[in-house]
Design a protein around this ligand. Structure first.
Ligand SMILES: [Zn+2]
Length: 470
């Protein structure tokens, strides 16, 4: 597929897969990107991330970012390093979140390169990090935060409005109007959509109309478990582990989103008197920063979260939440024999402070390890979910005697039903729908559903496709 008209869109990532989101929109008078995400997972991710961009970064006028996840914004420091000088538009909360995410990402790349180079020793064979902390900081200067729901014009002939996507704090659906010689065309990018009714965040906004739509399909072939039973399982795990007075609960959680949701649920269950006097340790510096950032953005909370925040003012001490800062404080948690709920990163147990807690906690049959997020193949978290009898941590073989419990109802992504419901909000059919951000199976499942329900014209673009839009 190739196009050459007054309006073209190229799919440069998240096509046939879920990571590396990047779309290039070109008109005769402006050229801009939507997202500039990192490829993650799989063997080729590093190669893809290091490859030169297929466009000239210095020729891009501006970038619009849907949300702060690394697979949507993680290549921004590289884009700027390679010559992009334009503004980066996103919501206030995403700009703040990105500042945490990109610094962390730069740190991972710097220390990864350092470790690799120590192994290589040969001076001619040394690798450089994908980008450095200095690159990341520099790119953050290009951020120009915008308010939700207010139109702004980044360039003559272009208007943009960001709407609530309900996926993570600050996440946005983009409405983009492009006017060329008196003719206006509209493109909507769904970004990543959230599940309605999830904690803290508002539900995704419905959009009434568009000419072209780019929609995500991560869970286009699946429906999530209900939240209610998952909360029951959480209460049961607390009763069985904490009330016995014998064990601790260890929860590996993603620093962004999942950690804040779990804390929200623990407060909410306390408010409902389903649990009491919990002693919770949040042991992840990045998760602490994101939690503080979330608390500052109470204006983005949904009604229930605002009510819970009011309750917290008077009753916050009914739950003890300790943010451990130093490594010493983190180590000290391991001397607590029972009654603690320890939330720590990483979410898939592949690095970070969680490893120390697992090393101390896995061998005790009175403890519970609560898995509340997706565990990719090849990670320690996945081995635990798959029932390993022992696992290797820091060179030691640790027997798995603790209870491993998986709770499946907490997902940050819209499932099939939710995506279809959101699509039902359009009052007229778009001229064309591009289905992206999904494994091939998920994208084609969503395509069949869209065809069956709406009879819209759909395309699942392949990576690198450039499509003319008129
Ligand atoms: Zn996301």
């Amino acid at each position: 597929m190739s196009g050459n008209s007054t309006l073209n869109i190229s799919f440069l990532g998240a096509a046939g897969e879920v990571t590396g989101s990047c779309y290039l929109v070109e008109t005769p008078f402006v050229r801009f990107l939507v997202d500039c995400g990192m490829f993650q997972g799989g063997r080729q991710a590093d190669t893809k991330n290091r490859k030169d961009f297929s466009f000239k970064p210095e020729q891009i006028d501006f970038l619009v970012l849907t949300h702060g996840h690394i697979d949507h914004g993680g290549l921004i420091p590289k884009l700027c390093k390679d010559g992009f000088r334009g503004p980066i538009y996103t919501t206030d909360a995403t700009a703040e979140l990105l500042s945490i995410m990109l610094r962390d990402s730069a740190h991972i790349h710097e220390s990864g390169a350092e470790r690799e180079n120590r192994k290589r020793k040969n001076r001619d064979n040394q690798i450089t990090p994908l980008y450095t902390l200095a690159d990341a900081k520099k790119s953050l200067d290009q951020l120009v935060p915008q308010k939700y729901d207010e139109r702004f014009s980044p360039h003559e002939g272009i208007k943009i409005r960001m709407r609530e996507a309900g996926h993570i704090l600050g996440s946005a659906i983009l409405e983009i109007w492009i006017t060329n010689q008196g003719q206006t065309q509209k493109i909507v990018f769904s970004g990543d959509l959230g599940q309605p009714g999830r904690p803290i965040l508002r539900d995704p906004s419905y959009i009434q109309n568009t000419d072209y739509l780019v929609v995500e399909s991560t869970y286009g072939d699946r429906e999530h478990k209900e939240l209610g039973p998952s909360l029951d399982e959480l209460v049961e795990a607390i009763d069985n582990t904490i009330l016995t007075g014998k064990g601790n609960i260890i929860i590996p959680a993603f620093a962004v989103g999942r950690t804040q949701e779990l804390i929200y649920y623990l407060y909410s269950l306390t408010k409902k008197k389903r649990v009491q006097n919990l002693s919770v340790f949040l042991d992840s510096p990045m998760a602490q920063n994101v939690t503080k950032l979330t608390r500052r953005h109470i204006e983005l909370f949904d009604k229930e979260a605002k009510e819970l925040a009011d309750w917290y003012e008077k009753h916050g001490n009914e739950l003890t939440l300790k943010l451990t800062e130093t490594v010493q404080e983190s180590i000290a948690i391991n001397t607590i024999r029972s009654g603690a709920i320890i939330i720590s990163a990483s979410g898939m147990c592949n690095a970070g402070r969680i490893l120390h807690h697992l090393r101390h906690g896995l061998g005790n049959r009175d403890n519970t390890i609560l898995i509340a997020g997706y565990q990719a193949y090849g990670t320690l978290g996945r081995r635990l979910v798959d029932g390993a009898e022992s696992v290797r941590i820091f060179g030691d073989e640790i027997p798995v005697r603790a209870n491993i419990i998986t709770i499946g109802g907490f997902s940050a992504h819209a499932d099939r039903k939710t995506i279809l419901n959101w699509l039902g909000g359009f009052e007229a059919p778009p001229k064309q729908v591009f289905i992206t951000h999904g494994e091939p199976k998920a994208s084609s499942a969503l395509e069949s559903e869209i065809n069956a329900h709406f009879h819209w014209k759909t395309i699942i673009p392949a990576n690198g496709d450039r499509v003319a839009l008129d």
